[in-house]
Each structure stands twice: as C-alpha cells, then as structure tokens.
Design a protein around this ligand. Structure first.
Ligand SMILES: Nc1ncnc2c1ncn2[C@@H]1O[C@H](COP(=O)(O)OP(=O)(O)OP(=O)(O)O)[C@@H](O)[C@H]1O
Length: 257
C-alpha cells in the first residue's frame, strides 16, 4: 500500500498554505513524522489527506485518487485524529467508538462485534477503565488516548495523527509512540505530526519537514536533522548530538546568528 501526494496546492481564505507539494511514495509499514514550524501547514496537509479540506492536485492510495473514492471505502482505509478533539460530548467513551466506527457508512459488523472491537481498542490503548465515562469528563491526556482508539475504529490502512502526544505525560507519551510504531509494524502507514524532534529521531522511520507549505527535507531522521536544517527551518542555533547508544539528541542554544 502506498500513498502518493502530487502537486498539492491548498488555500485557506486567500492564503496559499501548501504550494506544489509532492512526496516520494509513503509506504505501509512506515512510521512517518511530519514536523515543521508553527503555521507551516502540517495540520492542513493531514486534513487534505483525510479529505476534510479542499485542495488541488492528487492524493492517491495504491494509485486510486482519494477524492474520487467512495466515502464508505475511504472511511475504512483512512483514520484521522485531529489536533482539537471533541470534548463536550456526553457520549460514553465506548459509544463514541461505535459512532466513530459507523461514521462514513456501515461497517457490516453486528452490534456485538462492534462492541467487542471497541473494547479491544480500549484495552489496547489503556482506556478500558474509562469505557462508561462521558467524553466530557475526561482529562486532556485521557481524551487523546481515546482519540487514537477512535481513529483506529474502522481498522484503517493509513493512520493520521495530529500532535498525538501533546497532552500526554512521559509514560503515556512512551506508550503512544510505541503503539504508533507497532501500528506501522503491523503493516499500516502511520503519519503523525510531532514537534519534539528528539522524539521523532528516536521513533520515526522517516521524517518529513514542512516549511512555508513546502517539503524542505524528507528522509531518515538521523540524516535529515542537521544544524543547518534547524537554522534554516526553525531559525535556531542548535547542536545535533549522538548519545552513547547512537541516538540523536537536539540541543537548542538560542536564535540563529
Ligand atoms: N481556519 C483557518 N482559516 C484561515 N487560515 C487558517 C485556518 N487555520 C489555519 N490557517 C492558516 O493556515 C496556515 C497553516 O496552518 P496549519 O494549522 O496547517 O499549520 P501547522 O503547521 O499545523 O501549525 P501548528 O504547528 O501551529 O499547529 C497558517 O498560516 C494558518 O494561519
């Protein structure tokens, strides 16, 4: 399974947010981190892939144009967790998963199968004790874990996650990142927006850096992350170090000279 982005142009209001953006194919089994400065267009790009923002150009899954794919098929292939999660709902966590499962069209699963599937997801992401609580009563971190379960409700091939670790404590970040890698190893394509580049280097197979609506770098994190790139993209003077295990650490010393 491959996802290709060809010549994507996306406007928000009168502003060009993404311009002539193309990538080498993104492949199943890859955990891809999308990084870049605030306002670079990362969320807009995820939303274009999820088909929730209009764009020009072509986004294709296994050669099939996503914009032309039937909604029910697309909903089964792409799971999306937005940056801003709905948290005022009085739905219980378990029911919210069933709603997510049926969004976009029927799954063909019986009610009992849907509940079993929802419970399995809640167990996997450590939220089973929350099953009967309302979404409105969850903490930010709990809501984020449930959000990941919701994105996986239809067992999609492509999982799009917008800042999935932003509200999580250290232990939950580790769990979430391990799960993202595991989802990729199961054969899915996982694309997550992360700001923490040390974390991206530790976990991702591939790092795509967006700047001013264009891809500035794309490759293995260890190769992409250089002081020069960090100065150009983030305008910071930074050191890129390797620890005793050979893992990449980013140290920011201040604004670029
Ligand atoms: N609802 C909106 N209406 C108009 N412009 C918007 C809207 N949302 C975002 N934008 C603009 O689109 C551009 C890209 O925003 P986007 O949210 O995709 O960036 P981002 O890289 O995800 O940023 P961040 O890291 O801050 O979340 C920004 O210039 C932003 O001002």
């Amino acid at each position: 399974m491959t996802l290709t982005l060809e010549d994507i142009r996306l406007m928000r209001g009168r502003k060009t947010v993404l311009a002539e953006l193309s990538t080498a194919p993104l492949r199943h089994g890859e955990f891809v981190v999308l990084a870049g400065p605030n306002g670079a267009g990362k969320s807009s790009l995820l939303r274009a892939i999820a088909q929730t923002l209009p764009y020009e150009g072509r986004i294709a899954l296994d050669g099939e144009d996503l914009a032309r794919m039937k909604r029910v098929l697309r909903a089964g292939r792409i799971g999306y967790m937005p940056q801003q999660l709905e948290n005022r709902s009085e739905l219980t966590v378990l029911d919210s998963l069933r709603v997510a499962m049926n969004a976009g069209g029927t799954t063909g699963l019986s009610q009992r199968e849907q509940i079993a599937r929802a419970e399995a997801l809640l167990i996997r992401f450590g939220c089973h004790p929350l099953a009967t609580q309302s979404l409105a009563g969850l903490s930010g971190g709990q809501r984020q874990s449930v959000g990941l379960a919701q994105a996986l409700a239809r067992d999609p091939d492509v999982v799009l996650l917008d800042e999935p670790t932003a509200a999580l404590d250290l232990s939950m970040q580790f769990r979430m990142l391990s799960e993202m890698r595991a989802l990729a190893r199961e054969g899915r394509l996982v694309i997550a927006v992360l700001h923490d580049l040390t974390q991206a280097a530790q976990w991702a197979d591939r790092l795509v850096v967006l700047s001013d609506g264009r891809i500035t770098a794309d490759g293995a994190p260890g190769a992409v992350l250089t002081p020069d790139l960090l100065a150009r993209v983030y305008n910071v003077a930074a050191r890129v170090e390797r620890d005793s295990r050979g893992e990449t650490l980013i140290r920011v010393d201040g604004p670029a000279a």
